[in-house]
Design a protein around this ligand. Structure first.
Ligand code: HEC
Length: 124
């Protein structure tokens, strides 16, 4: 029995180190899902498929994370109109991008707040 304890300790550190990034990514994605429900779902629907001609589908979009960040903050006026959302702060935007690219792009990388801030400085 004694011999198992060091192995358990090593295993604990091994797994806790290798999955720290993954755990954070999962936290972002879960928070992002809640934010998506509050701020996006009414128009674009839970599965991102949009609503007829009113709201475009966004689940197959290949929009860059930078452009998506700017769009969520500043809105967009083309044929339709998407309102700006000044309530979304850096962390919110990071979580939203992390959620959407995980869910619809299978991309398990976190989109960091630093990248959000850089993107927001360069919106056109
Ligand atoms: C009030 C309804 C509404 C809400 C809320 C809304 N959108 Fe939009 N969204 C639109 C409309 C309308 C357009 C198309 C704008 C245009 O015609 O240029 C759009 C466009 C987009 C596009 C670009 C689609 C494309 O292919 O050009 C993306 C991506 C997007 N929205 C994501 C989001 C996300 C993420 C949120 C939540 C943070 C959100 N939207 C909230 C109505 C909405």
């Amino acid at each position: 029995m004694k011999n198992y304890i060091p192995i358990a300790i090593i295993a604990f550190f091994f797994f806790s180190c290798s999955s720290k990034e993954e755990i954070l990514q999962q936290q972002y994605a879960v928070e992002g899902m809640a934010l998506y429900k509050t701020h996006c779902e009414n128009c674009h629907q839970a599965d991102g498929s949009g609503l007829r001609d009113l709201y475009p589908s966004i689940n197959k979009s290949n929009i860059s994370p930078e452009a998506l960040t700017c769009l969520m903050r500043n809105g967009k006026k083309g044929n339709g109109f998407m309102p700006a959302n000044a309530k979304l702060q850096g962390l919110d935007l990071a979580e939203l991008v992390t959620y959407m690219r995980d869910k619809w792009g299978g991309n398990k990388q976190i989109y960091p707040i630093d990248s959000v801030q850089i993107a927001l400085k360069n919106c056109n």
